[in-house]
Design a protein around this ligand. Structure first.
Ligand SMILES: Cc1cc2nc3c(=O)[nH]c(=O)nc-3n(C[C@H](O)[C@H](O)[C@H](O)COP(=O)(O)OP(=O)(O)OC[C@H]3O[C@@H](n4cnc5c(N)ncnc54)[C@H](O)[C@@H]3O)c2cc1C
Length: 583
């Protein structure tokens, strides 16, 4: 097999991957970096982020406030030592982006502007109109180009990690243009492969978000942490699931039911006030707002449409001028995709799967339990998001922990990870190739990728959606286990080698089934309600038994093994999550 020898291989060229690559290049320009991505970097999902990135900058704000909002927002499942690193570092990272050319929106005075975001006590979300992700990714991409040590491998699909004696020494990837598998023999590997929202049928996520990196790490022996915590965003457009940013509500939009009533006032989230109050009503956290939709639906107060039940987002009172200035892409999306003009019309929306709080288990150094293997960004769980991520914390997370992963990988390969294990890695790569070849060459499969994928999607939506029960979760687990077993009966119809999407979709389905299984089994075992994980049969948070991270381990068998890890608490003892009234 063709071998590309490199000091550090990075899987993923989104925000986290690019930030990690730049950190490595800055720390030591002599190190070679292979940046592997299944799409061209600017097509990574980070480009789709709209609303902004939170970081303390204004005089009415404090690092402690950001810390507290994040920990409480995560329903105390966050590791507080990681949150401390995050809130302390992010203002510097956002300022660095400014110096690299990120065009942050400005106040009239010329200072960086901030907007309110859900669950945040004060306005602290930096933004670039409603195209923040585009501008961040562009800034990182253009900065990365100036480092000759970063060598890009665009449109390479990574399949397996090479792990021997508890140490990671590389990764295999298929060059999609030729169909040839190559080995990246590296001293350290950083996974920055993003989330896996596509395991659900209705999602804001780009179609590339299939949890590949999570599944690769899981199969290689790294536990996936807190996978049952899946975030629904309250405002997705019908049919496509395209996101309308939380920035809409940040700018003052209302959520109204079929009677035009601002229903959030009925759910202990505060009362309507002339000036929207932070942490109140529409500026409550995403888990609560999505759960309120479900409650309204049960009360028969949502709007029936051919595309499911909806409520309305009302932006009309904000006026055309402000909408054009602050939310131009939202106007575009509504007009183009559903033919609705938010300046004069109500916009139908419903909750949509958006983000995974769980992911590859890492410590505060972005290190996994496997030596030489690091992870950062949405694929990782460090964990700063706990049971519910606050909007605008993810872009910050990928900057802070992407950079940390890069720097720590450099430290590692200057010490313990100095040698390249070539011989053992070649053997492992041959095993990886044999695994993929077996899938590719199979001719007599009885199952289709699209059929199994659809079943997986609906099973998760039905059994592991916004509200969950033991009975429904048991059904979901059994079904997903069964679908995963049937995966061995899938055959790839297209036997050509150039850009074989049939093969890639089949491999992606394999990743998604591993991820789906960890979500369903984790949710079944967590007999409490916390953040985005709501059990109708266990409606209360249970700190005695479940103030713990779920650790899901790959067994090679039909089902995963689950155990638990204590949450790290530094200064904030678990308390009631309060929104819309005084704490
Ligand atoms: C519509 C939308 C709006 C959002 N808005 C905001 C916001 O305003 N603020 C906020 O904080 N967060 C927001 N988020 C969340 C945030 O954007 C993401 O969590 C974050 O950008 C993820 O970045 P990442 O670098 O971890 O992964 P991504 O940007 O998803 O990049 C993943 C990379 O991994 C590569 N990859 C994956 N699998 C493989 C494989 N098998 N082989 C090779 N390469 C692979 C991909 O090619 C890609 O380059 C939003 C998310 C969405 C979907």
């Amino acid at each position: 097999m063709e071998t590309i020898t490199t000091d550090i291989a990075i899987v993923g060229a989104g925000g986290a991957g690019l930030r990690a690559a730049i950190a490595v290049a800055e720390a030591d320009p002599s190190l070679s970096i292979a940046l592997i991505s299944k799409v061209y970097p600017m097509r990574s999902h980070t480009v789709a982020a709209e609303g902004g990135a939170a970081g303390v900058i204004k005089s009415d704000d404090k690092i402690e406030y950001h810390f507290h909002d994040t920990v409480a927002g995560g329903d105390w499942l966050t590791d507080q030592d990681a949150v401390e690193v995050f809130v302390n570092t992010i203002p510097k990272e956002l300022t660095r982006l400014e110096h690299w050319g990120c065009p942050w929106s400005r106040e009239a005075s010329g200072k960086v502007a901030v907007r309110p975001f859900g669950g945040m006590k004060v306005m602290r979300t930096w933004f670039a109109a409603d195209k923040t992700g585009f501008h961040i990714l562009h800034t990182l991409f253009q900065t990365s180009i100036k480092y000759p040590s970063i060598k890009r491998f665009d449109e390479y699909y990574s399949t397996d990690l090479m792990v021997e004696n508890g140490r990671c020494t590389g990764v295999t990837a298929i060059e999609m243009r030729t169909g040839i598998m190559k080995l990246f023999n590296a001293k350290a590997v950083i996974i920055c492969s993003g989330g896996g929202g596509k395991v659900f049928p209705f999602s804001t996520n780009g179609s590339i978000k299939t949890g590949d990196g999570m599944a690769m790490a899981y199969r290689a022996g790294v536990p996936l942490k807190d996978m049952e915590f899946v975030q629904y965003h309250p405002t997705g457009l019908p049919i496509t699931g395209i996101l309308l940013t939380e920035g809409c509500r940040g700018e003052g939009a209302y959520l109204v039911n079929k009677d035009g009533y601002r229903y959030l006032q009925d759910y202990d989230l505060g009362k309507p006030e002339p000036t929207p109050r932070l942490k109140s009503m529409e500026l409550g956290p995403r888990d609560r707002l999505s759960q309120c939709f479900w409650q309204e639906q049960r009360k028969g107060r949502t709007i029936k449409t051919p595309h499911g039940d909806m409520v309305h987002l009302d932006l009309r009172h904000l006026g055309e001028k402000k909408l054009n200035e602050r939310l131009p892409m939202v106007l575009d999306l509504c007009r183009s995709y559903i033919g609705v003009d938010p300046v004069t019309q109500l916009v139908p929306i419903r909750p949509v799967v958006h983000y995974m709080m769980g992911g590859i288990h890492t410590d505060i150094n972005a290190a996994t339990p496997i030596k030489g293997l690091y992870a950062a960004g949405e694929c990782a769980c460090v964990s700063i998001n706990g049971a519910n991520r606050l909007g605008s914390n993810s872009l910050g997370e990928l900057l802070v922990f992407g950079a940390i992963a890069g720097r720590n990988a450099v430290e590692y390969i200057k010490g313990e990870g100095r040698d390249l294990n070539a011989a053992g890695t070649t053997k492992l790569a041959a095993d990886a190739k044999a695994r993929v070849d077996a899938i590719f060459t199979k001719t007599s499969g009885t199952e289709s990728v699209s059929g199994l994928r659809k079943e997986m999607n609906t099973t998760l939506e039905d059994g592991a959606g916004i509200y969950r029960t033991e009975a429904e979760l048991k059904v979901a687990c059994d079904k997903i286990d069964g679908i995963r077993a049937r995966y061995s009966q899938v055959s790839v119809k297209d036997k050509s080698s150039v850009f074989n999407t049939d093969l890639i979709y089949t491999l992606e389905l394999g990743s998604m089934l591993d991820v789906a299984q960890t979500i369903a089994h984790g949710a079944l075992q967590r007999k409490e309600s916390r953040g985005s994980h709501q059990r109708l049969d266990y409606p209360k948070r249970d700190d005695v038994n479940f103030l713990k991270h779920t650790m899901t381990h790959y067994t090679g068998g039909a089902t995963p093994r689950i155990d638990y890890l204590d949450v790290k608490i530094t200064t904030s003892q678990p308390a009631e999550r309060i929104y819309g009234r005084d704490e």
